[in-house]
Design a binder for this molecule. Structure first.
Ligand code: TYR
Length: 459
């Protein structure tokens, strides 16, 4: 059973349009939205960064996301094989499957740090359930974070638990595993998030949060800022590693692809902004720094939960939200390699266990980066001064693998496949919307991504 390498009718498919949208939105909505967006926006000064991020989302990442879904639905196989088929169709001599293989490596790299951070979220959810952070001092909150991050066995254990859960869900067929998980966790996540925004709006400084995220502030516009904004836009949608292509391959021909894309991008953006509006009002009313960095949700939020009314409940809800967001994304990250192994005759269960174990082993590099503190720079010898393995993996994936794959997708869809073929695959009428998107995929996205890299190298 399951996927064979032929594009036959036995190829699995999500059971309905809504199931497809929920599961794929679950993939997009992840740690990148709730943990990543607030801290990256915070570090980069708010408003201006958010504006560039929105532009990058609209003109580069979302059109590329649509292209990736389309490639998946056209290719109906794991990313390397789907792209191999499309290469043949386009009669191209370039090696398209290479982009698929790079993506597969990317999925495991993302999982390797996802597992540690999701593990910390799970650990904190348990801490919150035991009575929250009520009355904790600055020192105690820092000690909790430091305890977690200094203990390799603890991080490895949580990483294994998180990946075990992920592998369990992925080992079922897609309608039982991926779909059920999405249908339970996504609505729960949205409810908890809305509850938090309302709570923060009443308890914290909502005006300051809105001004920070959407107001205009003087800031330095550097190539680095663009790279971060574009990287965040790609990461948040999950474009570029083949998770989306794999979900696209399970998308029925009855799904309106452009409309589904709009829904998913809108939901992803909504969650990122809502996470910002849940976190920053509390940050500003408590006087902690918005630029706290990756520790924002673990170092800063518990301090705030420590002295607000109902803090324990809010804390538990928040870390549960973070965990759900992570799981609905990690199952998408594990799917492409498992699909590829299925094509090689493996069972889903065996494939899921093998790839999850690999992710756990590589996650030790992230754990080591945390345990060694910020001051261990094992890569200095390579000229990557000031970077840990975690930094290297996170930035390497979001700022390089994702945009470069996005560029490859844009060139495949915009230039190598024929315009008619692409239009019929979506399908879209030959109207303004299609022309706009096709123009963006053909010119705007490739030019922006290329300019970005030139800027990053030169700057
Ligand atoms: N989009 C997810 C996030 O924002 C990360 C992710 C990346 C998920 C690629 C899936 C995927 O295939 O956290």
């Amino acid at each position: 059973a399951g996927a064979s390498s032929g594009g036959n009718s036995a190829y699995p498919s999500f059971s309905s349009r809504i199931a497809f949208i929920i599961v794929t939105a679950g993939s997009a909505v992840g740690l990148g939205n709730v943990w990543g967006f607030p801290y990256v926006a915070g570090q980069n000064g708010g408003g201006g960064f958010v504006l560039i991020y929105l532009l990058a989302l609209a003109f580069v990442a979302a059109p590329a996301f649509m292209a990736e879904l389309m490639l998946g639905r056209m290719g109906k196989a794991s990313p390397p094989n789907a792209l191999g088929r499309l290469q043949a169709k386009a009669g191209s001599r370039l090696h398209w499957p290479l982009v698929g293989w790079t993506g597969l490596v990317g999925t495991i790299l993302v999982l390797s740090f996802y597992a540690v951070i999701a593990g910390q979220a799970m650990d904190y959810a348990i801490e919150a359930a035991k009575g929250g952070f009520a009355g904790w001092s600055d020192h105690e909150v820092q000690a909790l974070d430091a305890d977690f991050k200094s203990s390799m066995p603890m991080m490895a254990l949580w990483s294994a638990i998180f990946m075990g859960l992920t592998a369990l869900i992925v080992s079922f067929d897609i309608n039982t595993g991926l779909e059920k998980a999405g249908k339970v966790m996504m609505p729960a996540l949205l409810m908890i998030l809305l509850g938090m925004v309302i709570y923060s709006g009443n308890t914290g400084d909502f005006g300051a949060a809105v001004d920070f995220l959407f107001g205009f502030h003087k800031m330095d516009v550097t190539p680095r800022l663009f790279l971060e904004a574009v990287g965040q836009a790609f990461f948040t949608l999950g474009v570029g590693v083949g998770g989306i292509m794999t979900y696209g391959s399970y998308m029925g021909s009855n799904v309106n692809l452009p409309r589904a894309t709009l829904w998913i991008v809108a939901m992803d953006l909504f969650v990122a902004l809502a996470a910002g509006l849940a976190i920053f009002p509390l940050v500003f009313s408590s006087g902690v720094s918005a630029a706290a960095g990756p520790g924002l949700v673990f170092l800063t939020l518990p301090l705030i939960f420590a002295d607000i009314p109902g803090g324990a409940v809010v804390a538990f809800a928040f870390f549960l939200l973070l965990t759900f967001a992570a799981v609905t994304s990690s199952i998408s990250l594990l799917s492409p390699t498992v699909a590829r192994l299925e094509e090689a005759g493996w069972s889903r269960r065996k494939g899921a266990v093998l790839m999850a174990s690999l992710a756990v082993i590589i996650s030790l590099l992230t754990a080591y980066s945390f345990a060694g503190g910020k001051h261990v720079f094992p890569l200095a010898a390579l000229g990557l001064d000031g970077m840990t393995f975690f930094d290297l993996i996170r930035e390497g994936v979001s700022n390089f693998i994702l945009p470069l794959s996005g560029l490859a997708y844009a060139l495949m869809v915009g230039w190598a496949l024929s315009r008619e073929e692409v239009r019929k695959a979506l399908p879209m009428e030959d109207g303004l919307m299609f022309r706009l998107w096709h123009g963006v995929i053909r010119y705007v996205a490739p030019i922006c991504i290329t300019a970005l890299f030139i800027g990053a190298v030169a700057g």
